[in-house]
Design a binder for this molecule. Sequence first.
Ligand code: FAD
Length: 421
Amino acid sequence: MATQRPILIIGGGLSGLAAARLLTNQGIPVIVFEQSEVDRSQGFGITVRDWAYNPLLEELGNRISVRDFQQAVATDGAVGGTGWVDLTFRHNGTGETLFNPDPPNPGQQNTIFRANRSFLRNWLAEGVDVRYQHKLESFESEPGHVKVVFENGTRQEGSMLVAADGVHSTVRGIAFPERQTLTILDVVLFHGKVKMSQSKYESVVSTGLGTSNVAAGVGDGFNTFITIANAEKESVYLDWSYSRARQGEKDPLWMPDRAELIKAPQHLLKEVRGRDLAPPFSSFVNADEIKKDKVYNWRIRSVYISRADLDQAAKRGVIFIGDSVHAMPIFGGEGGNHAMLDGVELFRTIKAKYGDKEAKFLRAGEVEAIVQAFYDATLQRSQDAVRRCVQRFSTFHKPIRQWEKVAEMSKAKNSGNNSSQ
Ligand SMILES: Cc1cc2nc3c(=O)[nH]c(=O)nc-3n(C[C@H](O)[C@H](O)[C@H](O)COP(=O)(O)OP(=O)(O)OC[C@H]3O[C@@H](n4cnc5c(N)ncnc54)[C@H](O)[C@@H]3O)c2cc1C
């Protein structure tokens, strides 16, 4: 018998909201519980790829065109943009173009673009029952019957518990209290936010970047990245980052216990002063500017849970999607894309179980089978992506000589291609 209980999703991020939007669209009862308030922040930019957003638009019935979707969620949507991105790596000491790992195909629609994560979340949440300020505290569960308790005292029963609560997943902590599922990578990364007027942006940044929403710079063992978070008519909100590999046990900038907004450490200012950066990187990764404000000391993490553990949780009616099960480095990463695709795949798996049945509630016996089918279809993809992104992020910090070699090879390949056409 169907349980007459809704699906409960913990976490209103990209994975949870993508699943919820599609389930709601299909008339399948679902509630999302999100610990924070409605997201009204400037957010940050993420690179979104067609293999993640096309399936989402398809499952929404292709009623929304790619262009409309891009304009609604792009970092520069407010000024008529579609999040155009040129991922060309530049030498951050000279500004010279090195190579593009993801060159756009001439004449074809751009398959990647920069979306503002807050815009994307708000877009996904349209029509969805999201209960904000509900922080999960504990749960008890068996397939078909989960009981959750929130910090605000609210309780809710449901048919299945979807852990979409991100890299620090509370559900994961409760389900696997003894397991070490999170790894902190040996990388130092500082990040800051800058707001500037459109006119200053045009004179300082866009002269070098053109209409791209990002500038990726590589140096001798370090990396700089500038990205638009939100471009408005009058102002542009940008993020910058500076990263490198950890330098031994006594690295003064390795502060994993202080992963927070902090006063810029003297060692960082000294190190940045020693880097001879070219514009536009020098305007942001600049000691005199950085010291005026606070900086984020970010830890870069990855998450791995074995299939055996996931299967145990499935027996309790619990499923993990997005960063809660496969967090990956945020730069050169694909986490947001896999999160959205997980949401789509979960919806597809549930829809396949329902078939054309009238009943819109999950049967107790169906829950574990749905969870298993979901992992069969998706886990390899996302765990491979974690490995790939960890590897890719480490290459961002290689010596400049190696970057120059990559650039030479890329140029030789391109001229070979051109001459054979
Ligand atoms: C600066 C930055 C740049 C990035 N760039 C990219 C990029 O270019 N490309 C890319 O693909 N990815 C990128 N990512 C990664 C991407 O944002 C994440 O992979 C993605 O947001 C994960 O989605 P999620 O739904 O799994 O988790 P999240 O989006 O983290 O959502 C989890 C939600 O759960 C909520 N929550 C947590 N605990 C509880 C609880 N106990 N109760 C209730 N709610 C709870 C949180 O408040 C949060 O809203 C970037 C990330 C950052 C930080």
